[in-house]
Design a protein around this ligand. Structure first.
Ligand code: HEC
Length: 244
């Protein structure tokens, strides 16, 4: 009986000591933390040097890049419009296996044959242009075009960008004027931007699909007089495509 009493007293005393030593007079201090990693677990962030955490150095981690690649098949998507989710799914047309060599598409889902030809008829721009959104689409397209395409294709889409003018491109490949490709289907334009074509590199990892479809509209307005201008009713049917 006496032993048990002693045990309880001992335990209570220990608990009392623990509580007392946990307190501090500094109102901003959380007091003694017995397991700080549990209260504040270190969040894994992209650009953080995990080689030094709270003053502790880890030379092995210090030399490693902390930025992680997104998991395979991750679909870039931001926004709240469910209609656009579909647009962000991987392209159903595959580039041919040869693209691995010519365009460096390693780790991509490639087919034995390129889907370029089959993108001819039934792949239409899911980003439908209406009188309400036309100006906005073309404005976004202009921005994307200026940063990703203009240096080769030229401001007016004539294939005479600054990179061609500078001679840096040499005789490698002639950048075609969009106007000369006016029968090109929307699907083919998309395919070429997504996977690249000839001396043009693949942009599938640089632009999301909504951005590429925006650029398809932007390329079109170089090819078709009045495209995206809705004064004329005949021009409103952006999805009416002729096969090449
Ligand atoms: C490095 C220079 C370069 C850049 C950057 C570039 N292109 Fe091209 N583009 C070319 C060349 C060269 C061709 C001709 C490819 C061929 O037919 O061999 C081409 C062809 C095209 C075609 C015709 C494709 C077809 O199916 O015949 C389209 C459309 C096009 N580019 C759009 C774009 C867009 C949009 C961008 C920006 C995202 C872009 N390009 C960026 C060089 C470039």
């Amino acid at each position: 009986m006496k032993k048990k009493f002693n045990l309880y007293t001992g335990l209570s005393f220990l608990m009392f000591l623990t509580l007392i030593t946990s307190c501090t007079t500094d109102p901003d201090s959380p007091g003694t933390e017995y397991m700080p990693d549990m209260y504040r677990s270190p969040a894994i962030e992209t650009y953080v040097d995990y080689g030094e955490i709270r003053g502790r150095e880890n030379t092995e981690l210090k030399t490693k890049q902390s930025a992680r690649l997104t998991p395979k098949y991750t679909i870039p998507y931001t926004g709240t419009d469910s209609a656009h989710v579909q647009m962000m799914l991987p392209n159903k047309r595959k580039a041919g296996a040869a693209w691995q060599e010519s365009h460096g598409l390693f780790g991509w889902d490639l087919a034995s044959e390129s889907g370029y030809e089959s993108a001819r008829l039934d792949t239409i721009n899911p980003l439908t242009m209406t009188p309400e959104n036309a100006a906005n689409i073309l404005k976004n397209g202009e921005q994307l075009y200026a940063s990703m395409c203009m240096h080769c294709h030229g401001e007016k889409g004539d294939g005479n960008g600054t990179m061609i003018q500078s001679g840096a491109y040499g005789d490698l490949g002639v950048v075609p004027a969009y106007k000369s490709l006016d029968t090109l289907s929307e699907g083919k334009i998309f395919h070429s931007i997504y996977y690249g074509k000839g001396y043009m590199g693949a942009h599938g990892s640089l632009l999301n699909k909504k951005e590429i479809w925006t650029l398809v509209h932007y390329v079109r307005q170089f090819q078709r007089e009045g495209y995206g201008k809705f004064e004329d009713v005949a021009e409103t049917e952006s999805n009416q495509e002729t096969a090449e």
